[in-house]
Design a protein around this ligand. Structure first.
Ligand SMILES: N[C@@H](CCC(=O)N[C@@H](CS)C(=O)NCC(=O)O)C(=O)O
Length: 216
């Protein structure tokens, strides 16, 4: 058995999800830093690991290779169930997946690096318009996240009561991205409070972009 390897970039929010989950579960890994600005995720050596050309990628100690952060989170949770990040109860399970997918399916893809670049390079969007695009999809997604938290009323310190789940693991990196782009988050008091409580946990702090070895 070799060491678990995580291909990561400090500012990649999908890598951040994996770093949090691995830290929560106490699973050690060897980080391989892949720079998005240097386009290392499009280089042949990375494509041979993850032909999707997106971060993160995970190689488990037994050699299994994974792409797609939500699939990895679920695999890790099923393989190393403590602490549980996806609850056993069907309603709670659907709820945390729903919250995670608001971020991972409805928000993140619209504001991904390649989309922002395409707006600028192919369609000549000025930076101000790209920033407005970014803020628009953050607002749309967080409006939906906040309303769904209120609709279900299952939140406590975290999205699901007192238990950290994949919903918090998806939320925190998206809030970090929104802050980096100076988005106004004042309309989302529930989700920002949950994010701040999660960020204060040791596992989240150790996974934060600014604490990574490749941070610049
Ligand atoms: N659905 C994928 C998305 C992965 C993804 O898009 N990762 C970003 C970093 S946060 C990336 O590699 N972007 C490169 C690009 O857009 O060119 C997942 O959840 O893993």
């Amino acid at each position: 058995m070799s060491m678990r390897t995580l291909y990561t970039f400090f500012r990649s929010s999908t890598s951040y999800r994996l770093r949090i989950a691995l830290a929560l579960k106490g699973l050690e890994y060897d980080p391989r830093f892949v720079s998005l600005p240097k386009l290392q995720h499009r280089a042949d050596d990375y494509l041979s690991v993850n032909p999707q050309g997106l971060l993160p990628a995970l190689i488990e100690p037994d050699g299994k290779v994974f792409a797609q952060s939500l699939a990895m989170l679920e695999y890790l949770d099923e393989t190393y169930p403590e602490p549980r990040l996806v609850p056993a109860d069907p309603l709670e399970r659907a709820y945390v997946r729903m919250m995670s997918q608001i971020v991972a399916c409805d928000m993140h893809p619209l504001n991904n690096v390649r989309v922002l670049k395409y707006l600028g390079q192919k369609w000549n969007f000025p930076d101000a318009d790209v920033n407005e695009w970014y803020a628009h999809w953050i607002a749309e997604g967080f409006r939906s996240f906040e309303a769904t938290l209120a609709q279900y009323g299952l939140h406590g310190r975290f999205c699901l009561g007192e238990q950290v789940t994949i919903a918090d693991i998806c939320l925190v990196p998206q809030v970090a991205n929104a802050r980096r782009f100076n988005c106004d988050l004042s309309a989302y008091p529930l989700l920002t409070a949950i994010s701040e409580r999660a960020e204060a946990l040791d596992a989240f702090a150790r996974a934060a972009p600014e604490t990574q070895q490749d941070a610049f």
